[in-house]
Structures are given as C-alpha cells and as structure tokens.
Design a protein around this ligand. Structure first.
Ligand code: ZN
Length: 510
C-alpha cells in the first residue's frame, strides 16, 4: 500500500487500513526502542534524542505518515501528521516499560520454576553462598584455603622412612594423614611443617639442660627433610618465608610451606642457634614442648608438672626479644599458663598458638584457659594473637567423643572469649595417632568449615579462621621486626647462666 495514501482514506477505517496501522506501529515501536537505547547510551544532546530520530531521520517516515498518527487514531483533526515529541514519548515509554515488564515477569517465572539451577548458576557471580553447607564450604575454601599452623609430616618422615626423602611418594597414599591428593581435596593453601624432635629425658640433658644432646643436629635433619620434600614437588609446594610469600604461593595455586621449630629444647640454650634457624627459613619457635627448658616452663602433657622458672627465665625474656627482632613468631602452644601470660605481656609482636584448643571445652593442660584467652585482642593489656585449634582427640573431648562438631565447639569457644579474629586451625596431623570422627585427615577440613557455616559463621569470619587471622598476626610480627631493626636494635648475645663452656674471663686471667 502506497505511503502517499491520504488521511481521508485512513479515516474510513477499512480493515486494510487497520492492518497497515498495526504493522507500521510495530515498526515504529522498534524504531522507538532503538532510539531509546541511543538515548541511554549517548550523552544527552538534542540531536541524540530518540524521538528526533523517529521524526526526522527515517527516510520512510514523514509528518504525514500513518506511522505518526495520534494515539487515538483520529486523523480528522488534520494534526495527526504533526507529532509532538511530548506526545510520542509517553507512548514510547509505555511500550518500553511493557516489554521490560514482560522480560522481568518471564525472568521471575524462570527463577521460580528452576530456582535451584538458576541459583547455582548465578551464586558464584554474585558472591552468594549455596544453602548446602558442604558446597558453601568448598566455595569459601576456593577463595580462602586453609593455612594450618602445625603438621608433622617431617616427623613422620623421620619415624617411618628414617628421613630418606627419596623413599617418599607424596603423590600416592602416605601412611599418615597427609599426602598431595588429600591436601588438594582438603583445599589446603599452606601449612607450617613442624621440624620437631622430642624432649631429651631428664637424665640425658641434666637438671640444668647443659649436658650435650643431639637435639640441634636432629632439628637440622628435620629442616633438611622439610626443605627437600618441598623442593621435590615444586608444582605443589613453595617455601614461604613471610606473609607475602604465603599470598603469592596461594595465588600461584601452590601450597605455601613454612617451617616451625617445636620447642626451646631444640635451641641448645643458644640465641645464635635461633638466628641460624631463622636464616634457614624457620618462622616460628614454640617456647617449650612437653619439657621445661632453659628459656621457659612447659604445661607438660598431664596435669601436675612442677614449675621450674614460674614462667619465663631471664634468658627466655631475651629469647622473645630476639624473636621479635628477627620476625620469628612466638608460639605458646605447650607452654605453662604462666609462660603464656608473661610472653603475651613481654612480646612486642603478636603471638600464636600453633596447635592448641580451649580448656573450658575440654579440661587438659595443653588447652588454653579463658583467663589467657581474655588477654588476646586489641586494647589495653591485650595482644593480637591467633589460637589455632588442635584436632588431637585427647585435647578435644572425652575418649570416643572427639568429632568434627566437638572441634567446632573449641573454635566457637575461642571465638566467643577472644573474638572470631583470633582463632585459626592447627590440626597436628601426622603428629597424632587418633583423629576425630569427620576429621580423619587433611582432606576433611571442608567438614569443619561446613559445620561452622551451619552454625551461622559468615564467609568473612570463616576466611579469617582458615588463614586470614594468621596472616594478620604474621604481618604484625613482620612489622615489629622491621621497626626494631630500623631503630637499630642489636642482636642479643646473652649466654645461658648455667653454661660452663663460655665463662667471661676476668682481665687478670688473660
Ligand atoms: Zn605439639
């Protein structure tokens, strides 16, 4: 039908004419949408207004075209060809809103019909966690993997393989709780490799700890084992010497690998040994294991150990000063309550418990009492710290009652007393014979995260638990070390007072 048809023809209302109006209206609406899109996507200026596109620049349309007749369809007023932009706009808007409403309603229907599928599809993009705790835990751990404070893989290597690293295949199933497939399944982003050797028996070291033992040699052997295993699997492990290294390793999809010495008895009573351990990559020292040593008192394993120094010895105070200067974390697991309280007060840097749980939940000396937990935090008479919860059933619950839920109870108690920013994970895997139900090895961390998610922990709180709290504390200790060095703090050369081989000579003896 020719576009030059007169308005009087249209006013007859023939069916042919009505079809034309409908068809042309559809075309016009499409043009209007294009115009609206242009309007939204370009800066407002008269030339870019959608209605101007309709009025002026479509070659098939002019002011007398039926496409531009007034909304009431009455062409007898002779004005229908002169479309006023202000009249076209409401109509265009109505059409656009109609279409948008249709799209919205359709989307809503799809959402309601396929709720779960749609949710799964979009949740990762929106940062929303699924309702299923296991799925949520895996999603959280993908972004915030576990940095475990204490794993005894080097000690297992000593006990089972006589430290022969070539005899170990971490890519297949290992006898303990740790191997590469299970580390990956458990979403582990890093851990402290404990370079532990046991306490000498009291007769061996003597009452003043000055008899020679092989503990420094044995510790060097464990550092050797840890470093060789880390080197053996360069696609999996990355030796990490600081908080930044941990972040870089995790970003590269590697497992950040740190070294921790588990006991002052491994220092040979010497601050120089501490410095050399640091030079080899050690980043925490536990002040004691289950025995007292020249620096500090232990809590022992069972109740009733008699105090020796009543906390820290004078050399123990200097040890903490030196650790602060070097940036070696002060680890208070295994220490007596007096040692822990004095160390919290004395240390300039934040401290850690690399593998300890809550005494109020299960009353054993190795767990941290509330009166110590209350000293953790920010503010007066408090110190930043992270207590990394131990999974050893003996520390978790009465025999036969250690479960993932019971471990979660320890996490929640520490969080309740010290704050959620001060709790972490220090499983003690490969250092414990038994494990809790549901936390049998390093592949099971997601079960703990899922349990806490069920209890209402947010993704941010859980990311703190899995690693961010430890990172903050580590960064704090690094900052203190930097400040002390910048202030010109010198290395300490205090000699253990009971040591007979390094007497200070008097002038007349020279
Ligand atoms: Zn331990």
């Amino acid at each position: 039908m020719p576009r030059s048809r007169s308005s009087s023809d249209r006013s007859r209302g023939s069916s042919d004419g009505q079809q034309t109006v409908v068809a042309t209206n559809l075309v016009q609406n499409k043009k209007a949408l294009v115009g609206l899109a242009q309007h939204l996507l370009t800066p407002a200026s008269p030339s870019s207004r959608g209605y101007e596109y309709i009025n002026g620049s479509n070659p098939g349309l002019n002011e007398s075209s039926p496409l531009l007749q007034s909304p009431n369809g009455n062409g007898d007023d002779g004005e229908q060809g002169k479309l006023d932009p202000d009249e076209a706009n409401p109509r265009t808007r109505a059409v656009v809103w109609g279409i948008l409403t249709l799209v919205f309603v359709s989307g809503l229907v799809v959402m309601l019909c396929f709720e779960d599928t749609v949710a799964e599809l979009f949740q990762p993009w929106l940062g929303i966690l699924p309702r299923d705790p296991k799925a949520a835990a895996l999603m959280i751990l993908d972004r915030a993997p576990v940095i475990d404070g204490h794993i005894d893989l080097p000690y297992l290597t000593r006990e089972y393989f006589a430290n022969n690293v070539t005899a170990i295949d971490l890519e297949s199933e290992m006898p303990g709780h740790v191997d590469i497939p299970r580390l990956r399944e458990g979403k582990v982003g890093g851990f402290f490799w404990s370079v532990y050797v046991d306490c000498p028996n009291p007769n061996e070291a003597g009452p003043d700890f000055v008899n020679g033992t092989w503990r420094v040699r044995d510790t060097l052997e464990q550092i050797d084992v840890a470093k060789l295993l880390i080197e053996k699997y360069p696609d999996t492990f990355q030796l990490s010497l600081g908080a930044e290294d941990i972040k870089n390793a995790v970003s590269a999809g590697k497992i950040a690998s740190l070294l921790g010495v588990e006991g002052g008895h491994q220092l040979g009573n010497s601050l120089a040994v501490l410095r050399q351990y640091h030079a080899l990559g050690v980043r925490y020292v536990t002040l004691t294991h289950t025995c007292h040593n020249a620096f500090a008192d232990s809590c022992g394993l069972l109740p009733g150990i008699k105090p020796l120094h009543h906390g820290l010895s004078p050399l123990g105070l200097t040890l903490i000063d030196e650790m602060n200067r070097l940036g070696v974390l002060v680890d208070l697991s295994h220490t007596s309550d007096s040692t822990a309280i004095q160390a919290l007060k004395h240390s300039k840097a934040p401290v850690i418990w690399s593998h300890s749980s809550a005494r109020a939940v299960h009353d054993v000396p190795r767990n941290v009492p509330d009166r110590v937990l209350r000293l953790i935090g920010k503010g007066n008479n408090k110190k930043d710290a992270v207590v990394m919860v131990n999974f050893a059933p003996f520390f978790v619950a009465e025999p036969g009652k250690a479960t993932v839920e019971a471990v979660a109870d320890h996490v929640e108690h520490i969080a309740k007393v010290a704050g959620k920013d001060h709790v972490g994970i220090g499983s003690d895997f490969d250092g414990i014979g038994e494990t809790p139900d549901g936390l049998e090895d390093v592949s099971k961390y997601p079960a703990l995260i899922a349990e806490l998610y069920k209890r209402g922990w947010t993704k941010y709180e859980l990311a703190g638990l899995t690693g961010a709290n430890l990172l903050r504390v580590f960064e704090g200790a690094e900052r203190v070390a930097k400040e002390l060095k910048a202030a010109g703090t010198q290395p300490a050369f205090d000699i253990y007072s009971k040591r007979p081989d390094l007497p200070v000579r008097e002038d007349d003896e020279l």
